[in-house]
Design a binder for this molecule. Sequence first.
Ligand SMILES: Nc1ncnc2c1ncn2[C@@H]1O[C@H](COP(=O)(O)OP(=O)(O)OP(=O)(O)O)[C@@H](O)[C@H]1O
Ligand SMILES: [Mg+2]
Length: 245
Amino acid sequence: MASIEIDGLVKEYQNRQGRRTRVLDGIDLSISGETFVSIVGPSGSGKTTLLNIVSGIETLSGGSVRLRAGDRDATVGYVFQDPRLLPWRTVTQNLKFVQRDRSGWEERARHYLDLVGLAHLGDRYPAQLSGGQQQRIGIARAFSVEPDILLMDEPFSHLDAMTSRSLREHLERIWLESQRTVMFVTHDVTEAVQLSDRIIVLAPGGRIHETIEVDLSRPRRASDPAVAMLQAEVLARFEALEAAA
Ligand SMILES: Nc1ncnc2c1ncn2[C@@H]1O[C@H](COP(=O)(O)OP(=O)(O)OP(=O)(O)O)[C@@H](O)[C@H]1O
Ligand SMILES: [Mg+2]
């Protein structure tokens, strides 16, 4: 079982004149087990920076981040906003390329492509797929490595509303089936409510404004009245935060 322990995380950037700007200001966060956590917050509140630090792409200025899986360090996968598939490889070859452990990769590739409903497109090249299909492949690729922790930064934000709604359902299905620890960044509060066990709301300045536990049964549908009601409530609170920013 994986865990993410973040204590007093601070991130500052320094400009050429040596002036420091603090973009994350004392983040404490404890996530353990098969939990889906969304990070929402206004533009510039530090969501991407937080994921980059957790992934190890960026350094931190203060505090600590610990990623564990049992008694070892946890492995991490990262899904970016655009799927970043290799255009000269087929779908299946794209999944093969990222495997740390090649044994059994074909079975894993088939399994995760099947979970996103695209097992029949394994021989296609990325240019022969729609944007939504490419993103589904990107998600299947990240899950197929079977990392302990999966980070996702607004993976659906550049897709149209209908495609992203169907992708959310695919993501929930693949997550329910494969049970990972997920940190998912979005600025879409309704998306966060549909997918998450917990929503962390970041305020401008990079502090945690509020934590919302989402205790709704799964799988969730946007048309479900309980989901819609919570979405409306959280959205109203979020808009108030944005208006105050
Ligand atoms: N390399 C950098 N150098 C200086 N400042 C940076 C750098 N990267 C990010 N920032 C600043 O840090 C703050 C947080 O940026 P970040 O990209 O984490 O925000 P975000 O919440 O992901 O925003 P968005 O919703 O627009 O993606 C912003 O004010 C941004 O300008
Ligand atoms: Mg961002």
